[in-house]
Design a protein around this ligand. Structure first.
Ligand code: ZN
Length: 106
């Protein structure tokens, strides 16, 4: 939504001007830049604890994970060549976030 009044972003402390794209926490009545709200979203949905990783063992499953890792790395390198470091990092982060949202083993 767009801000109707000037305010202060609860996430970064910066100014939110009238007409700026912002996010309003209905419950706490706190205002945030839309970009700040999106940036912190993964932290909110992240699980409170991380289960201990399964012991590594030779298995078809491990081969699949390895192949996925190689494919991710290749994607990263081609993104980097095509769009530059910053964009490649952004894409990798986005892919990781998407994997997290899908509930992939993490
Ligand atoms: Zn902000």
């Amino acid at each position: 939504m767009r801000a109707r009044f000037a305010g202060r972003c609860a996430a970064c402390g910066g100014r939110v001007g009238p007409g700026d794209e912002m996010y309003w926490h209905r419950r706490t009545k706190a205002v945030e830049h839309a970009s700040c709200h999106e940036a912190e979203a993964p932290a909110i949905v992240a699980p409170a604890f991380t289960p201990a990783p399964e012991p590594r063992r030779e298995s078809p499953r491990m081969d699949t994970e390895y192949a996925a890792g190689v494919s991710d790395a290749n994607t990263y390198l081609s993104d980097k060549a095509m769009f530059g470091d910053a964009m490649a990092d952004a894409f990798a982060l986005e892919a990781e976030f998407a994997a997290f949202n899908r509930g992939d083993d993490y």
